[in-house]
Write a protein that binds this ligand. Structure first.
Ligand code: AMP
Length: 380
């Protein structure tokens, strides 16, 4: 009996545990919160990721360890890797934890990125904003997620306000300023690399964010084959360079028909949730197969799929459940503003059927605005 240890016990760990059940796997989840939602399906060890005694207990009870949470301290991941196999490896985790290191690696690998700079002072920020043309985003280098730890600078006049908001973090987690990319689309490649280097990607996904948080995903993204191929080639280069094992997502901006990499997530990813019902093998199942050294499953898409995120509170399930291709995921979390509490996936054999199902669900739930950009893309 194999036990997979997961650091972080949120919905990603929960969906990993659910997808691992048919493989006969057991799980142990570690989280700082006693009510972490994966704990409803797997034994939960409550502890701080820096607590060696808790990490030692975790290590003694698992055969292999992986992550649902990318901000587990890199030193803790290193410490653990001295005791049990850890996938992805701690170096990959460390790179993905730091926007500056990550973007520098993209550039070294020839993966196109927008202009960016490390900033340590207000003067440096002012100079960089001038150099980058005024429209920028100031971000924390580390520990930011879902648009948190970011300040949109529309012109040099916003520099003081940006520094006021985030400047104190220049000496703790560090700051990076990026040129604002007026992108036409946001895309992601969800990919998996096995222990032996075998590599697969799911079809490219198009994503829509609201206030920096993913709202909807459509797969396959309606892009030309050359662009999809380029995106997958970037993902492969990155995975090989990091000797990455497991699933990851590479987030990309599409602008003037070209691609610019934004960031990588070293774990299963929200933009890959549609793969549970919309692909031959889900990202969760393939992540487990990868970390266990099992053959990877096909990533072929089954028709077309759209995932809608539920943020804050769950809507009524009925409208989705009555759709032929409607699938419901309630993470079992307490409602809270801004919190990801669940998602739905609608799957159909054609774009027009998917658009119709989205419109019905949007109307029934009063979420026309959430489905509108996806319907527009499907109808375009
Ligand atoms: P991130 O945390 O970097 O993934 O940013 C969250 C969201 O903010 C992205 O999905 C984009 O919608 C937006 N965003 C982040 N960086 C940029 C940028 N340099 N230019 C334009 N939009 C951005």
């Amino acid at each position: 009996m194999t036990t997979v240890g997961i650091l972080g016990g949120g919905q990603l760990a929960r969906m990993l545990a659910l997808s691992g059940a048919p493989l006969g796997l057991r799980f142990l989840v570690m989280d700082t919160a006693p009510d972490a939602c994966a704990g409803q399906f797997a034994p939960l060890l409550v502890g701080d990721y820096r607590d060696e005694a808790a990490l030692a207990e975790f290590a003694s009870r698992v055969d292999v360890a992986t992550f649902d949470f990318e901000n587990v301290p890199a030193e803790s991941a290193e410490w653990l890797a001295g005791r049990v196999p850890v996938f992805p490896n701690p170096r990959a985790l460390a790179v993905a934890q730091d926007r500056l290191v990550e973007k520098t690696l993209f550039r070294e690998l020839g993966i196109p990125v927008g202009a960016f700079a490390d900033v340590g002072s207000l003067d440096a920020l002012r100079a960089e904003v001038e150099r980058l043309g005024g429209a920028c985003i100031l971000k924390t280098r580390r520990l930011g997620y879902d648009g948190k730890g970011q300040f949109r600078i529309k012109s040099p006049a916003d520099v003081d306000a940006a520094w006021q908001a985030l400047g104190a973090q220049a000496t703790t987690v560090g700051l990076i300023v990026e040129a604002f990319i007026p992108f036409e689309r946001e895309l992601s490649v969800v990919a998996v690399r096995g222990r032996g280097g075998e590599f697969r990607t799911w079809p490219l996904t198009e994503n829509w964010h609201v206030d920096g948080v993913l709202s909807a995903s459509l797969a396959p993204a309606r892009v030309d084959a050359a662009l999809a191929e380029a995106a997958c080639a970037h993902a492969r280069k990155l995975a090989d360079a990091l000797d990455y094992v497991g699933v990851f997502a590479l987030e990309l901006f599409c602008r003037d028909g070209g691609l610019l990499a934004n960031e990588m997530a070293p774990r299963v990813h929200n933009s890959g949730h549609w793969t549970i019902e919309g692909a031959e093998t889900s990202q969760f199942q393939n992540h487990l197969r990868a970390v266990l050294g099992l053959p990877l499953g096909d990533t072929d898409v089954l028709g077309q799929a759209c995932m809608l995120n539920w943020i804050g509170e769950m809507p009524d399930a009925g409208a989705v459940l009555q759709e032929a291709g409607g699938h419901w995921h309630d993470y079992g979390k307490e409602p809270r503003t801004g919190r990801k509490v669940g998602h739905a996936t609608l799957r159909a054999d054609s774009a027009s059927q998917l658009a119709e199902a989205l419109q019905r669900v949007g109307r029934a739930l009063g979420r026309e605005a959430q489905v509108a950009p996806v319907v527009a893309r499907l109808s375009g």
